[in-house]
Design a protein around this ligand. Structure first.
Ligand code: HXC
Length: 257
């Protein structure tokens, strides 16, 4: 499909999506969110893609939801539009999603980052939830996902003040995985994604699924779920190949099934 607000391409097993609405600092309108979700789902079903990489360039990775579009919303219009159903679909993507951020990561943009699996940021990146200053609050998972990651105290500090958080702080509080120098972001992001893309795809899938379950299940339920996924992998070619290669002291050649 052709998109208006994003660019996308498959490079070496990596399904790359770039937010591309430069005149609005990549602010997310509803159509743009739909495009991101559609591109992710297409990559999820594309056998040549093993990992998704989301990027956004310019002054802001993303300046948040489109305030112009949002300004005249009403509760009923939003109920009928059910726009957050698109966001929910992001959570159903089976392949790992790496996000590479720089510049400003605000509001809905921050929520988009929190919907990804792994995050790499350049050192000048600033994150914030400015919704409070607009008389609203996050609506695409921000209060929930941030609190799970950093705990109540820091989550409330950031959400109630709207203050900007540096990449180092975000790293320290486990919001992101890595901080790199600005000129290295793209290279490091592809390297990071590539390291994952080399792994057998079914392992990636079932590991991600099990970690997702850990977000909401009890430890007992989570352990049962993990165990079944572990068993399931013993029906894959790549398990046989991975273990035979080890025993024969050669490099495995994974097929993705
Ligand atoms: C619509 C936006 C926008 C946004 C920037 N623009 N952010 N338009 N929605 N979120 C537009 C500006 O209006 C401007 O348009 C152009 O992009 C360039 O922005 P400037 O403001 O001129 O740039 P600058 O002075 O450098 O300031 C950058 C900025 C500021 C600090 C990022 O634009 C800003 O504060 N933006 C709003 C950030 C925000 O509050 N985001 C949270 C939204 S609420 P023109 O036409 O003048 O060139 C949210 C809720 C999520 O995300 C709910 C769930 C989805």
């Amino acid at each position: 499909p052709s998109f208006t607000y994003i660019r996308h391409e498959v490079k070496d097993g990596i399904g790359w999506i770039e937010l591309h609405r430069p005149e609005r600092l990549n602010a997310l309108n509803r159509e743009m969110v739909k495009e991101i979700v559609m591109a992710m789902e297409a990559f999820d079903h594309d056998d040549t893609v093993r990992v998704v990489l989301l990027t956004g360039k310019g002054k802001a990775f993303c300046a948040g939801a489109d305030i112009e579009e949002m300004a005249d919303q009403t509760p009923m219009k939003m109920e009928v539009a059910n726009q957050f159903a698109d966001w929910d679909r992001l959570g159903l993507v089976k392949k790992p999603i790496v996000c590479a951020v720089q510049g400003l990561v605000l509001g809905g943009g921050f929520e988009l980052v929190l919907s990804c699996d792994l995050v790499i940021a350049e050192e000048q990146t600033m994150f914030s939830f400015p919704e409070v200053q607009l008389g609203v609050m996050p609506g695409a998972g921000g209060t929930q996902r941030l609190t799970k990651l950093v705990g109540k105290t820091k989550a409330l500090e950031w959400l109630l003040t709207g203050d900007r958080i540096t990449a180092q702080e975000a790293l320290q509080h486990r919001v992101i995985n890595k901080v790199v120098q600005s000129e290295q972001l793209e290279e490091e992001a592809f390297r990071f994604a590539h390291t994952i893309a080399k792994q057998p795809v079914l392992s990636l899938r079932l590991i991600k699924e099990a970690v997702e379950v850990a977000q909401h299940a009890s430890i007992y339920e989570g352990m049962q779920f993990e165990r079944k996924n572990f068993y399931l992998l013993f029906d894959s070619y790549d398990q046989e190949e991975g273990m035979s290669a080890f025993l024969e002291e050669r490099k495995p050649i994974f097929k993705g099934n």
